[in-house]
Write a protein that binds this ligand. Structure first.
Ligand code: ZN
Length: 327
């Protein structure tokens, strides 16, 4: 089962409480799926076709309870191109006109006598706006598995319908985008927050929780990865510093001889050379007497300065160096 079919399954099983929302949901389902066909003067064929049986059963139950209409459900077997079985709910022809009128979809002045958009009162209340979005998603929506990426879309058949869906979402501060794809006007969301909000406004509470769990896991693992990368680069930096120190120590040994160094620097040089991967603070503990991290740092810097002078052919005045520094 894909995440998308989990969402549709959950939406199909939500209780329908109010007549206002049933009207809005049926209106969206018919408009978005193109389920209304004109058959001549005042004759319409009204059908709803979906890939999941529970979706069709939901609309069947709404028609029966709120409009007293007994629809006919049948399975459509897949064709050679698409092997998937689909389910169709057909409204008896004698009831079609009455239903379209009850849904406020008839308009004498419009093409084929049908409104291409819901009447204003159909989506007036926020419960009905949610119901409208729910059916639009159920009939022509898709959502990616959040493990992969964040994407939710509703492929509306017309631009005006896409705008209508965006307007419903905007009422809940969800800012959807729209783009054309294969003659469909695709309303889509890419931000995890918006997708989560939309799942919750449609009533898919379980799917929303599953989505949030994946989202939190992904964010934690991104944070851990960033921290690991950061730790690695710190480790690399101190490794590079230690390598440079050891190069300097070897250079001094070859050019001058470590035994010429003052005691404190000579001991430091041996200790570093024998412990190339040891952090500064631990190097300090090996010294006799032990010294702190900043003392180690100061001595290693003086060693490097001596190596630098030797490389540049400058005179190195070791007598001038204090034998012991209390750094
Ligand atoms: Zn309502």
């Amino acid at each position: 089962m894909s995440f998308a079919s989990d969402v549709r399954g959950e939406l199909a099983r939500l209780p329908v409480e109010d007549a206002c929302c049933a009207r809005s949901e049926l209106t969206a389902a018919l408009l978005c799926s193109g389920g209304i066909a004109w058959r001549g003067r005042e004759r319409y064929a009204v059908t709803l076709t979906a890939s999941e049986a529970p979706t069709v059963r939901r609309y069947f139950a709404m028609l029966k309870r709120f409009y007293g209409i007994i629809g006919q459900i049948r399975a459509l077997s897949g064709d050679a191109l698409n092997n998937q079985t689909r389910y169709q709910l057909a409204v008896p022809e004698a009831e079609a006109l009455g239903l379209l009128s009850a849904l406020a979809l008839l308009d004498e002045t419009a093409l084929f006598g049908l409104r291409p958009l819901p009447a204003e009162e159909t989506v007036r209340y926020s419960c009905c706006k949610k119901a409208f979005v729910r059916a639009a998603f159920t009939m022509c929506g898709a959502i990616s598995n959040p493990d992969r990426h964040y994407h939710l879309e509703i492929a509306a058949p017309t631009e005006t319908l896409a705008e209508c869906i965006m307007a419903q979402l905007a009422a809940f501060d969800i800012d959807a985008k729209c783009s054309m794809r294969k003659s469909k006007h695709v309303v889509y969301l890419k931000r995890a927050e918006d997708i989560s909000d939309m799942l919750s406004l449609m009533g898919a509470a379980k799917a929303m929780m599953a989505f949030e769990n994946v989202r939190v896991k992904k964010e934690v693992s991104n944070r851990v990865n960033r921290q690991l990368n950061c730790d690695n680069s710190n480790i690399n930096r101190s490794m590079n510093a230690a390598e440079a120190q050891i190069r300097d120590i070897r250079y001094i040994d070859a050019e001058l001889g470590l035994e010429k160094l003052p005691d404190s620097l000579r001991d430091m040089a041996y200790t570093r050379a024998n412990n190339p991967e040891m952090p500064l603070a631990e190097l300090g503990e090996l010294m006799d007497p032990p010294i702190g991290k900043s003392g180690v740092n100061a001595r290693l810097r003086r060693i490097s300065a001596i190596a630098e002078k030797l490389r540049n052919g400058e005179a190195v005045k070791l007598k001038g160096l204090k034998n012991d520094d209390s750094n």
